[in-house]
Design a protein around this ligand. Structure first.
Ligand code: A3P
Ligand code: MG
Ligand code: MG
Length: 383
């Protein structure tokens, strides 16, 4: 019995017509050691979503990084909270824009379809959750999966529990998640080489309808992976096609509690740095700019964190995370997924559920239900 081999711990049970299979998440140290291959991600396409949630295959919503000048007069990150414009998250969008972006990319390079095909197609956010799973405590996830022409598509499964926790957020929690968006508003402009905007009544309030997204292709161990990901901003002009990779110019913006005491340092390294690293590493974004704030949302300073240097900052520390475990776990999970998601039919979906640490990930076939690949994608059309 080989504990390092996920197939050895995948048990198979049958419940009437619905086949149930599971994958056991082992303690994190069982996944550490050698790194699986991770190819340098390549940008396959990019697109903008405007304030009306219309998709444009251009850079109109790409923002440029502009360093904010912090002074004692700089308002807290709660500024403009009363003007916050939020996307209506009750409208499910599935992976529609990612699929459209792939169709668009296919139409632009008819000769070479290599870049628009992969074993796995999903959002970067889902891959981030998979990376964090061996170290995760109270963050269960539910995925919906479908197989079409050999490719596994993964989306997030909306659950009643998630809907409830989202709607039952208290005012404090709402303001704290606003701070991240206000930080983005303070640090970005629509003009290349523009100054950081003044934080006064001329500042546009954050609008989460607006997004700039990239589609990247890479390989993790045994699986080629295409991911859609939102990019916060770029430094410098975006190179045109064939002018080199734009990925190395992108910057991920983050906010975090200013570190005053050791407990905050540990929490930052253990939880925040894992998420920072996984999110940006996955799509090849080399820098995270973090705004450190106090409990009132007042920024004290900014720090540039190099994505590839993050693991070194936590290496060898007690009860920390390790990048090799994130990558080996995800590689093995995707391997297992490919063997259990067998019905190659875009109408058939599977639910993949993970509830708690040390527990099994279970998969159930839903039959021809909750189909999420769009007809226009299957037809090879964008609209
Ligand atoms: P912070 O990460 O600085 O808190 P991202 O950093 O991924 O670009 O996301 C931008 C902001 O969206 C986050 O900024 C946070 O405010 C909000 N956000 C993202 N994911 C969230 C989640 N799961 N719950 C609450 N807020 C979230
Ligand atoms: Mg973002
Ligand atoms: Mg960000």
């Amino acid at each position: 019995f080989d504990h390092n081999n996920p197939m050895a711990s995948a048990s198979k049970r049958f419940h009437g017509d619905s086949e149930k299979t599971s994958f056991r998440v082992l303690p994190a140290h069982r996944y550490t050691g050698r790194f699986p291959e991770y190819k340098q991600p390549v940008e396959v396409n990019s697109y903008s979503i405007d304030g009306d949630r219309r998709v444009w295959f251009d850079n109109r919503e790409l923002k440029y990084y502009a360093k904010p000048q912090l002074t004692p007069a700089t308002p807290s990150l709660s500024y403009n909270y009363d003007r916050f414009i939020q996307r209506d998250e009750t409208i499910p969008e599935h992976i529609d824009t990612l699929l459209d972006a792939l169709t668009d990319a296919k139409s632009k390079n008819e000769v070479d379809n290599h870049n628009t095909n992969a074993d796995i197609i999903t959002w970067r956010g889902i891959m981030t959750k998979l990376f964090a799973t061996p170290f995760s405590r109270n963050e269960p996830w539910e995925l919906r999966v479908t197989r079409h022409k050999g490719t596994i598509y993964i989306e997030e499964q909306q659950t009643e529990q998630k809907r409830i926790s989202e709607t039952s957020k208290n005012e404090r929690q709402k303001i704290m998640s606003y701070w991240g968006y206000q930080f983005e508003a303070m640090c970005t402009t629509s003009e290349p080489n523009g100054d950081a905007p003044a934080v006064d009544e001329t500042l546009e309030p954050p609008n989460t309808n607006v997004q700039y997204c990239v589609v990247v292709r890479t390989r993790l161990g045994n699986s080629s992976v295409i991911m859609g990901a939102e990019v916060d901003c770029i430094e410098g002009l975006k190179p045109g096609n064939g002018e080199g990779s734009p990925l190395k110019q992108y910057i991920e913006l983050k906010t975090s509690r200013r570190i005053d005491v050791e407990r905050q340092q540990i929490s930052f390294e253990k939880y925040k740095l894992l998420k920072f690293w996984a999110q940006s590493f996955l799509v090849g974004v080399p820098r995270v700019i973090c705004g450190f704030r106090d409990d009132d949302g007042v920024l004290s300073h900014l720090e540039t964190i190099k994505t590839l240097e993050i693991p070194r900052q936590v290496r060898g520390k007690q009860n920390m995370w390790e990048p090799s475990a994130c990558m080996n776990f995800t590689d093995q999970f995707l391997d297992w997924l490919k063997t259990v998601v067998t019905k190659d039919d875009p109408e058939v979906t599977y639910s993949v559920v993970w509830k708690e640490p040390w527990r099994e990930i279970s998969i159930t076939c839903n039959g021809k239900k909750d189909t999420f690949l769009t007809q226009r994608y299957l037809d090879g059309k964008v609209s």
